[in-house]
Design a protein around this ligand. Sequence first.
Ligand SMILES: [Zn+2]
Ligand SMILES: [Zn+2]
Length: 278
Amino acid sequence: MKIEFYGVRGSIPTPGPETAEFGGNTPCVFVELNNGGQVIFDAGTGIRPLGDRLMKNNHPIHLLLSHTHWDHIQGFPFFKPAYQKGREIYLYPATGSAEQTMCTLLAQLDGVNFPVTANQIGCGMICHDYHTEFFDRKEITIQSMLLNHPGGGSAFRLSENGSSVAYVTDNELNPPGTPITTFEQWVEFVRDVDVLIHDAQYLPEDMPLKHGWGHSLVSDVWRLAEAAQVKTLVLFHHEPERSDSEIRQIQHATDEHFRDRLRPFRAICAREGLVLEV
Ligand SMILES: [Zn+2]
Ligand SMILES: [Zn+2]
């Protein structure tokens, strides 16, 4: 499978010269499976350029939403395949029913907050829960786990013939109070995964103010990657206040942290245009 990053920024788009290197689009990750299947994690503003690309084929699209916070759905009204007559787009909800999630997604297109209304969408959007024909064959599997995040949501682990990616964003590994999913459960969920994409929005100086806001410290994500023996770690959902040079410092600290590690391992700060093949 090929994993491509179209949006890596958390909370709000951050265009401008200070963020041009890592990118300012909100979350969207595209996975092209070896069998040609097209899977998208989240519909942040990064889904707009991805949509332009997907207009060049007519294959079905599988859209998995981690949750419906604004930064994860705000690109959808600008996703051109949604306006293609008869284009099959399968929507898999994070929590609640598929219909509820569809309503939230389409509620943006109300003719007031956006000029086009939902009934002008021509695509054949189809609501599904996870275990449907596409994800329920022997070569492709999808698993989910509940996020520690205000309002809830889901993480996903997608596997194809032994290759795997875990998409875990808007997740606080060490939340105040009792976590919905414990650190140990996260270790099991992502154990031995080829690519772990994990929320790493915060640094120690963001605390204690932002403890409980539903995002993780970079150092907690390092700990998870080590405990679960993942092969590649991608630090994701960058803090909107963080400039390129500050993210480069996080990359440097990450390189230092893992410097003496013996087995093959990579840890990368996500940036738009990053492509990983597993
Ligand atoms: Zn977010
Ligand atoms: Zn969120």
